[in-house]
Design a protein around this ligand. Structure first.
Ligand SMILES: Nc1ncnc2c1ncn2[C@@H]1O[C@H](COP(=O)(O)OP(=O)(O)OP(=O)(O)O)[C@@H](O)[C@H]1O
Length: 288
């Protein structure tokens, strides 16, 4: 398997936070969803991949190259959309196009214009007067018009209405039709990841919990329901967390097929990515 991004044992220490031995990869031709609670370390990891941070250990390769030493070269192959606009807000789309044409050797003015038309972005209005959705679309038009092979998106779709999000998700699926393309996408909107991601990487408190194919993840994890006080009846090895609801108790298991076989009477539901994150992050109720 080829990888667009390889992260091995990345560490980065801030005063109150550390990334510890973060390892995962982005297989070429896939969309990798990067999830984790606020402050888990997603942006720090992404900035390290982009060569924007000094790291304290580990090895990062983007298309086999070192993102610090080969930043310019790699930059030509990456389209980046981070939360918040990176444009000078006084510029309009036409002016941004002129600036980008000078910066990127592979800038495709016709493609840029196509995206501006497709997203109904006015050519002459300064970006500062765009709505949030228009700014995100402008960021995507700019990120895609130099023919990147890899998109790195940090919370790019947050704050967008479902209609605009759906347009952006369609754009991801179009982009990934080329098997040489890949996307690394951090998002709190896990329902979007359930729609488009091939793999999920889960970071919690600066450490990777897992990298797993999304379909495997949704098959393996399940939320089970039992009466209060009944939890001890079940094999504890696969229980990753529990919480009390109003009338019963819910617990997350990491081997749903085995649990269903062992306890056919047990009520189980497929776990969403949100369920998996919440149980991991919150752990278990102390009271049970
Ligand atoms: N330059 C910095 N100096 C000190 N601490 C920092 C710096 N940048 C990030 N941190 C800390 O690192 C931790 C991880 O931050 P990071 O932005 O990577 O999280 P995140 O997973 O992207 O969070 P969110 O989902 O809220 O965007 C936080 O505790 C943050 O305060």
């Amino acid at each position: 398997m080829e990888y667009s991004v390889e992260v091995q044992n990345l560490s980065k220490h801030f005063k109150d936070f550390s990334l510890q031995n973060v390892s995962f990869n982005v297989p070429t031709g896939t969309i990798v969803g990067f999830i984790g609670e606020n402050g888990a370390g997603k942006t720090t990891t992404i900035k390290s991949i982009l060569g924007l941070l000094h790291t304290d250990g580990g090895n990062i390769r983007v298309f086999g190259k070192d993102p610090v030493k080969d930043r310019r070269l790699i930059g030509e192959d990456i389209g980046i959309v981070m939360e918040g606009s990176f444009f000078s807000p006084v510029l309009n789309m036409r002016e941004i196009g002129s600036v980008m044409a000078k910066l990127h050797p592979r800038w495709d003015a016709a493609l840029y214009e196509d995206f501006c038309k497709r997203f109904s972005l006015p050519a002459q209005k300064p970006v500062k007067d765009f709505s949030r959705g228009m700014r995100v679309k402008a960021a995507f038009a700019t990120a895609l018009a130099h023919h990147p092979r890899l998109l790195i998106l940090d919370e790019a779709t947050s704050g967008l209405d479902p209609v605009v999000r759906s347009e952006i998700l369609d754009l991801f699926l179009e982009f990934i039709e080329d098997e040489n393309h890949s996307i690394l996408l951090s998002s709190h909107i896990t329902s979007d990841l359930e729609k488009v991601a091939d793999y999920i990487v889960f970071i919690h408190n600066g450490q990777i919990v897992f990298q797993m194919e999304k379909d495997t993840l949704l098959e393996r994890f399940a939320v089970c329901k039992c009466g209060k006080g009944e939890l001890s009846r079940f094999e504890q090895a696969h229980i990753l967390g529990h919480r009390e609801s109003r009338f019963d108790l819910e617990f997350l298991v990491d081997n749903a097929p085995l649990v269903r076989k062992a306890y056919p009477e047990l009520l189980t539901e497929p776990a969403s990515i949100d369920d998996i994150m919440t149980f991991f992050v919150k752990g278990s109720d102390e009271t049970v």
